[in-house]
Design a protein around this ligand. Structure first.
Ligand SMILES: [Zn+2]
Length: 325
């Protein structure tokens, strides 16, 4: 059984089959014009592995299963890509480059592509049903590392867990955390300007319209907006209690204690990339709620990556693409 294999032991053919299943579950079609009138057209082995080539009878272009994916034109075997996808959630790029025996620059570029596509897919998550929503924020020191045009000298490296609230502008952005107590699903948002309205806007965008929502927060003033927006709102006052019966935000605090070390492993994330790193963590966290089988999780990551491509093709928004370049 393929699902019993570990990612490490997957061969190139297994990996190609996984992409095929994700991409062509309703049959092979042309990635350029979407036509299903395609014929087999020899083999492509330019990347060192034999891959079935096709020709589209409609637009006459040739393609294979990797065309227009992040794996296209990569000399790195898919087995290494897939291993990286499965380990990216818990390891540094330096470790991955050594573990996979590839140059750091290759590992860095691969990780960036994977993170970008998964982040976009994960950013579309919607909560459903009766939602018991805990909301809290954490703050993390995160400057402009990796940005080419610094508008001031770069700050000290690293993510320091300074106490107290900060702002995006002052290189200590907030990360707003949502946890649905019923499903344990978790979401993170990195606002440039944190406010009650921002939180309400995110709730509106990431919950089903018909859902009944009860919110739980601490006594921070901006959350009082939840009541005026019509949400049930229960408040735990942290100045004198951790919990009041079921009124607490312990699940959010648990997620913070997991996200913070994840970001530290990534060694000094720029505040402009913080959202996509948080989404990457969120993806693997939420997937593990459903399955601990790494092959299944990677399969879902492949699905996310493949789905993203159609989204990207439809979008063609240069400004947006720049964010993920
Ligand atoms: Zn075509």
């Amino acid at each position: 059984m393929k699902t019993k294999k570990s990612i490490i032991t997957l061969g190139e053919k297994d990996c190609l089959e996984m992409i095929e299943k994700a991409r062509w579950k309703d049959g092979v079609f042309c990635p350029y014009c979407k036509s299903q009138e395609v014929v087999k057209n020899g083999w492509d082995d330019s990347d060192g592995v034999k891959v079935q080539k096709y020709m589209c009878k409609h637009c006459e272009k040739t393609f294979n299963v990797k065309t227009k994916t992040i794996f296209e034109n990569s000399k790195i075997p898919l087995q290494k890509w897939f291993t990286m996808i499965s380990l990216l959630g818990t390891n540094s790029i330096l470790f991955l480059s050594e573990f996979l025996n590839i140059a750091y620059s290759n590992a860095y570029r691969m990780a960036k592509k994977i993170r970008s596509v998964i982040s976009v897919e994960e950013g579309k998550r919607i909560l459903h049903g009766d939602i018991e929503l805990e909301i809290d924020e954490m703050y993390i020191s995160s400057g402009q590392k990796g940005e080419k045009n610094l508008d001031r000298p770069p700050r000290k490296r690293g993510l320091r867990a300074n106490r107290g609230r900060g702002t995006f502008e002052k290189d200590k952005p907030a990360i707003v955390t949502f946890v649905d107590r019923n499903t344990k699903e978790t979401m993170f948002f990195v606002p440039e300007h944190l406010s009650g309205d921002y939180v309400i806007d995110k709730m509106g965008g990431h919950t089903d319209k018909g859902s009944k929502i009860t919110t739980y927060t601490d006594e921070y003033k901006m959350y009082s907006k939840l009541e005026s927006a019509g949400y049930q709102h229960k408040v735990v006052n942290h100045s004198f209690e951790y919990a009041n019966g079921n009124i607490h935000i312990n699940n959010c605090e648990n997620r913070h204690s997991l996200l913070r070390p994840f970001l530290v492993i990534k060694r000094g994330v720029s505040k402009y990339n913080l959202q996509s790193y948080a989404n990457l963590f969120q993806f693997f966290f939420n997937k593990r709620l459903q399955s601990h089988n790494p092959v299944e999780i990677v399969t879902q990551a492949i699905n996310a990556i493949i789905n993203f491509l159609y989204f990207l093709q439809c979008l063609k928004n240069q400004q947006f693409l720049k964010l993920f370049a």
